[in-house]
Design a binder for this molecule. Structure first.
Ligand SMILES: [Zn+2]
Length: 136
């Protein structure tokens, strides 16, 4: 099987073609993100678990119970967030492997090498991202 050198990946006007090194940088960033997010997720789930277990001892106390709920919400928020980010990064990795990497979800134009090197999990070009954020 031929090794992907990235020359097939899209660039924007004025950008130089993807070099093997660029592709490697993106791949490495994604791999690092995956392992970082995976351990973050594991840690958050462990804390949520510990919290749930600790709660059994203090359930009589109203104040404790209130702060438990807040803390639990917070932990679940972190877990949700990590899961979502992990999915984004894994999707980006799949696109990179399959050669569908770097096309904007919204306008189907190249996202641009500079943006992807800085933020490999981007699914939209800067313009579409801004337009979307302006709507919120
Ligand atoms: Zn776009």
């Amino acid at each position: 099987m031929a090794k992907a050198d990235g020359s097939a990946l899209p660039t924007r006007k004025g950008e130089r073609a993807w070099s093997e090194k660029d592709v490697e940088t993106v791949r490495r960033t994604l791999e690092e993100d995956i392992s970082e997010l995976t351990s973050e997720l594991a840690a958050a789930e462990q804390q949520a678990q510990a919290l749930a277990e600790g709660f059994g001892d203090t359930s009589d106390d109203q104040a404790e119970s209130g702060s438990f709920m807040v803390e639990r919400e917070y932990q679940l928020g972190i877990i949700e967030n990590s899961k979502e980010q992990l999915l984004q990064v894994q999707d980006a990795m799949k696109r990179l492997v399959s050669g569908n990497f770097g096309i904007c979800d919204s306008c189907k134009q190249p996202i641009g090498k500079a943006r992807l090197l800085a933020y490999p999990r981007a699914t939209q070009c800067v313009e579409c991202k801004r337009a979307e954020e302006a709507q919120v």
